[in-house]
Design a protein around this ligand. Sequence first.
Ligand code: BG6
Length: 480
Amino acid sequence: MFLSRRSFTRRSPLACLGAMATTSFGQHAVEQPVRSNNGFPQKFLWGVATAAYQVEGAVYEAGRGISIWDTFAHSPGKIYNGDTADVATDSYHRCEEDIALIKKMGLNSYRFSVAWPRIFPDGNSSPNQAGIDFYIRFAEALRSADIEPICTLYHWDLPQQLQDRGGWQSKDTCKAFADYSGYVAKQLGPFVNTFVTMNEMRSFIDIAYGEGRQAPGLHLSRKDLAQARHWALYGHGLALAAVRSVAPKAEVGTAENAYFFIPALEDKEHIAAARLATVEENAHFLTVMHTGKYTERYLRSLGQDAPRFTQEELDVISAPTDFQGLNIYQGLYVAPADGPDGYRVLPLPISYPRMDSSFTHVTPTVMYWGPKLISEQLGINKIYITETGCSAKDVPEPIGEINDVDRIAFLRAYLDQLGRATSEGVPIKGCFVWSLLDNFEWSDGFSKRFGLVYVDWKTLKRTPKLSAQFYRNYIRAATR
Ligand code: BG6
């Protein structure tokens, strides 16, 4: 099954042979990127990622409004140990220090997010000048340090007042999001070339409105949840148009934690099964965004609970984006199966290795198969790995060093598989490790550490871990 609505660029098998100029495909001349030793193109964004609520702190400063995450984090029993992000890593006040850390790691880009309630404290009336000024200064500082700013517009901190009016269950929120996005893109446009409209619809809808594990902590019915997914998609589509109208040169996309499938064996049958799973298991978000249709299987499986939608909404949702961001932590192994689906997701054995969080199973080949199959099945010609990484139980040694060799082993294996993908021409243009520093990991509070830089939660002192050095060296080798 090949569902692409767009032409899929054929790629040269010669691309893996190193630097070269131009290859001819029939009548079309195809420019081959110059490649370095590790299989990565030389022009590649190497970065780290964070999100406003997880690092900024300063939640009551400079006119910021309350977000659903402030409310959730202050509700008893929602966050591990009762932690809140009121201070977090205090990055609002420590921008210079954070930028210096990024620079020291030899990175050429940084993915951060804007806190919607800093810009429109109550969601959608008048903008808060102090809020936007903060991000203008920040983006400007990144540019002067030669760090490409990648700006996420929505990383889950919905203004509480919008939630009180229905949140993502209401079509009005889509309009408010578009207005906010257009405003931010206009203000940051002179400094920012890349905007991510939304981060992980599956997390901020399914986990937050369905399972109740994230803000606003609801347990919607299947029908209401399917409709909320639809409005999130529609909000993205309206925001895409709004950003384009004020920043026509900017590139715009989303960052999705899609389900990524790995053929359990790399043979024809397993690969075919992984292709089917990629399209069907992502029907509710990525597939409809890139094909303009909910799959028949998805609609059939929901029956009476299927979302209500119009063709106009589907057109808005599936307007072509400039790239697709993928947040890749783990993959799922699949095998072929008899029956209507044609594939079966294999359960992981109890002894399967994983890092510190329940979802960080060590599946390096996901970095090859994930982007490759998504690109091929959905006709996507530009991908950023907007997040990858893992949590680890980092314990400073008595001399103060954090020798996180477990994270290094994880990252080395993942990045090598990413290089395998780029060397075969999978159109990946950048990679962002989650995260710059240990931060407020949502309902896990401060109990899980994902950073390349260690944060002492008593003093907020930052200490680069050994993995920060590893990443710098890996990039140096890849760009030689
Ligand atoms: C991604 C999010 O899902 O994974 C990040 O975009 C998040 O915001 C990261 O911090 C790790 O997930 P978690 O649930 O362990 O905080």
